[in-house]
Write a new protein. Structure first.
Length: 299
C-alpha cells in the first residue's frame, strides 16, 4: 500500500488582517425604503475582499433600474452588484475564490411577511449607515476565520476553500439572517465538511501515484472529481465524517482543498527530480520552506 506523505498544505493565515472600513461620510446612501416600497428586496450587503482584508457595508441604489445583464449594461450591473456570493464559488470547490465576496443582509421593511396563514418571520428593518457599519464590524472575527483558513494552491496565486473557511461562510450567512440579526449565538461548525488532507490520512488508499506525474489541467480535473467525492470516497470515511440525512438515505460529505493537496503532493513527490515547469518548481520551493519552518519551530 502506498504510504501517504505528511504534506504541509499552505494556509492563508497571517496573510491579511480583516479591517472594517466605515462608509465614508461623503458617500450618499440611498434613502431607506418605506413600507410602501416592500418590493425593494435585499439591497443591503456585506462586502469582503479576501486579498486586502477590507470589509464594508454596501447599499445598492434600489431606485436604479438594472437591466438584464448584457455587454452594454455591465458597468451598471457591477455598480449595483459588486462581488460574488461565496455560495456560487463553494459549490464549485476547485474554482479559484473570487477576490470580492458579497453577503446579502436579510433586512426588509415592516410588512406582513410571509402571507397570512404561514409562520411569522422575524422583522429586521433596513439598517441606517451607523447600524450597517456596526453590524459589519461585528462580523470581523468570522471574516478573519474565513480568510485565515483558506488554502493557498502551491505554485499559483489561487486561494481555495477549506472546511473551516466554508464553516465561517455559513456563520456569516447565518449572522446576516433575520433569524439571528448578528453573530451572537452563531457557531462556525465544520459538520459535514472535510479537508482532503484529512481524508487521505483517514483513508490512505485514496492516494494515486499517477497524480505526481499529471499536468495542471489533469490535476484540476482530478481535484474536481475528488471534490464531488461524496459519491466516490471510501464508505468508511463517509461513515466517520458525514452527517445523516443529507442525501436521500445516505451520508452527506463535502470535500474541500483537493486541488491544493494535489498540487502539494505533486511537488512533494517531485522532490529533487527535474521539474518541467516554473510553477511546479515554485511549489516545491514553497513546500520545502514550509517543512523547514516546521522543523525550526519544533512542531
Amino acid at each position: 500500500m502506498r504510504v501517504t506523505p505528511a504534506l504541509t498544505v499552505p494556509r492563508n493565515a497571517d496573510a491579511v488582517e480583516i479591517v472594517h472600513i466605515p462608509v465614508p461620510e461623503d458617500v450618499d446612501l440611498p434613502p431607506l425604503p418605506t413600507q410602501a416600497d416592500s418590493w425593494v428586496g435585499h439591497y443591503q450587503r456585506v462586502l469582503l475582499n479576501v486579498r486586502t482584508g477590507e470589509m464594508s457595508f454596501f447599499c445598492a441604489d434600489w431606485r436604479v433600474y438594472v437591466p438584464v445583464l448584457g455587454d452594454e449594461d455591465r458597468a451598471v450591473w457591477k455598480s449595483q452588484y459588486p462581488g460574488e456570493s461565496p455560495i456560487n464559488s463553494m459549490n464549485a470547490a476547485t474554482r479559484p475564490i473570487p477576490e470580492l465576496l458579497m453577503f446579502f443582509i436579510d433586512t426588509w421593511t415592516r410588512v406582513d411577511f410571509p402571507a397570512a396563514g404561514r409562520p411569522s418571520t422575524p422583522a429586521w428593518v433596513y439598517l441606517t449607515r451607523e447600524q450597517g457599519d456596526a453590524f459589519v464590524a461585528s462580523l470581523v472575527p468570522l471574516a478573519q476565520q474565513l480568510v485565515d483558513n483558506l488554502f493557498r494552491v502551491p505554485g499559483t496565486d489561487d486561494l481555495e476553500w477549506s472546511a473551516e473557511s466554508v464553516a465561517a461562510v455559513r456563520s456569516i450567512d447565518a449572522a446576516c439572517s433575520r433569524y439571528h440579526q448578528g453573530p451572537r449565538g452563531v457557531e462556525a461548525s465544520p459538520a459535514g465538511l472535510i479537508n482532503f488532507a484529512d481524508a487521505v490520512v483517514a483513508v490512505p488508499g485514496l492516494v494515486r501515484g499517477e497524480w505526481a506525474e499529471m499536468e495542471d489541467t489533469e490535476l484540476d480535473d482530478a481535484a474536481d472529481v475528488l471534490s464531488r467525492s461524496r459519491y466516490h470516497l471510501d464508505p468508511q470515511l463517509r461513515e466517520e465524517s458525514g452527517r445523516p440525512g443529507d442525501e436521500g438515505g445516505g451520508i452527506g460529505l463535502k470535500v474541500y482543498g483537493a486541488r491544493a493537496w494535489l498540487y502539494a503532493y505533486r511537488a512533494h513527490e517531485a522532490d529533487d527530480r527535474l521539474i518541467p515547469d516554473a510553477a511546479r518548481s515554485q511549489a516545491v520551493n514553497q513546500l520545502r520552506k514550509a517543512r523547514s519552518d516546521d522543523v525550526d519551530s519544533g512542531d
